[in-house]
Ligand binder design. Structure first.
Ligand code: KIV
Ligand code: ZN
Length: 395
């Protein structure tokens, strides 16, 4: 059986940009959108045009500058929002309106002071109205993660009847456990009339650190689109990170799914988004953190130098990094020290290495990390201590 494609819906420019302090200007948004196109995303959620004239303009400019991905604009289930979204998309080669409303008891009661019947009516009529402008309509059932499955199924049926092409099941508050989110997708697959005429999409937030796991369980249960952001940026604890979910799919061939992402562009794209949004990536972030391919303890370094796979499951070249790094600290061993000196053009006999290593350890104990320039100084120091040192130079 052939593999199924999982569509990558990138919402860095919409949900990602909602992060306080991450505001991007139009030029930056267009540049990120072009990079997302190179990266191979299938859909770019370019913004929420009714939210501000600046966002409207950015969506319009992205439509003019990007050719392959579908350009999507967010709107509430309000006629005026939908009209603005439709207008902002008029230059798109392929346009999608993403409209929706909260469906959980909590949202219905406290946010809308409404009833389930009224919400069903609004869901249906918003999709019907959006359909007057574009063919491709995605509906989001906000807070689907906390929405009762039977009611969610009714909402899905209503929006399918009115022409939705994609249904987004957001775990807006990052509340679900993976099996629970997976079962929700499964329940919809099994209980919604004509569900196979639409694409089910995951949109998971990371409040409990489960966004990527939940998206994966969504895929395992039949979702064919994943909404995610570069570096996992997004409201509060963020969204599913594009680099995590796409690398899981690449690593695990037996999932029988694939994406169109050119993973070799992941780290470059991550740096670009971090630079423009001003959001630093945490050092230990999976895939794109600065330590993701760095090794600093002696045991690990020794293993990596002998065979990379001893401590790395991902080839750094697959995400656009030239090589793994051997970081020298007081926890490093002789083989790491010899490896780093070799890169600088020096090699030593065993006895010499022992002498240099003791000078190195003395220094490393007082410093966090030892860099190339410091290694050269340490070599001079060791030579002064012992002028018989046998140092071999090579190019
Ligand atoms: O988290 C969410 O529910 C959203 C919707 C607006 C799609 O971002
Ligand atoms: Zn969201």
């Amino acid at each position: 059986m052939g593999k199924n494609q999982i569509k990558i819906f990138d919402t860095t420019l919409r949900d990602g940009e909602q992060v306080p302090g991450c505001k991007l200007n139009c030029v930056e948004k267009v540049q990120i959108a072009k990079q997302l196109e190179l990266l191979g995303v299938d859909i770019i959620e370019a913004g929420f045009p009714a939210s501000s004239p600046g966002d409207y303009q950015s969506v319009q400019e992205i439509c003019k500058s990007v050719y392959n991905p579908i350009i999507c604009a967010l709107s509430r289930a309000i006629k005026k929002d939908i009209e603005i979204a439709a207008n902002s998309l008029k230059f798109a080669k392929q346009a999608r309106i993403h409209t929706g409303i909260g469906t959980s008891d909590c949202h219905i009661r406290y946010k809308f002071n409404s009833t389930k019947d009224k919400i069903l009516e609004i869901a249906a009529s918003s999709v019907k109205y959006a359909k007057k402008f574009v063919e491709d309509i995605e509906f989001y059932a906000e807070d689907a993660g906390r929405t009762n499955n039977e009611f969610l199924a009714l909402v899905c049926e209503e929006v399918i009847k009115n022409g939705a092409t994609v249904i987004n099941i957001p775990d807006t508050t990052g509340n679900c456990l993976p099996y629970e989110y997976g079962n929700k997708i499964k329940f919809l697959q099994e209980n919604v009339n004509k569900i196979h005429t639409v694409t089910l999409s995951t949109h998971c937030h990371n409040d409990l650190g489960l966004a990527t796991a939940n998206s994966l369980y969504g895929i395992l249960n039949g979702a064919k689109q994943v909404e995610c952001t570069i570096n996992g940026i997004g409201e509060r604890a963020g969204n599913t990170s594009l680099e995590e979910i796409t690398m899981i799919i690449k690593q695990y061939k037996n999932l029988n799914v694939y994406t169109n992402i050119n993973t070799k562009l992941i780290c470059y794209t991550s740096d670009l988004v971090s630079k423009y949004t001003g959001m630093k990536v945490q050092a230990n972030k999976a895939i794109v953190g600065k330590n993701a391919f760095s090794h600093s303890s002696g045991i690990h370094q020794d293993g990596i130098i002998k065979k990379r796979e001893t401590y790395e499951i991902i080839n750094p070249e697959d995400v656009g990094i030239d090589d793994s790094s051997i970081i020298l600290t007081a926890r490093s061993g002789r083989s790491a020290l010899a490896y780093r000196y070799k890169k600088l053009g020096y090699s030593f006999t065993k006895n010499t290495l022992d002498i240099i290593y003791s000078v190195f350890l003395d220094y490393a104990d007082k410093n966090k990390q030892v860099e190339d320039q410091e290694l050269k100084c340490l070599l001079k120091k060791a030579q002064l201590k012992n002028n018989q040192l046998a140092i071999l130079h090579h190019s």
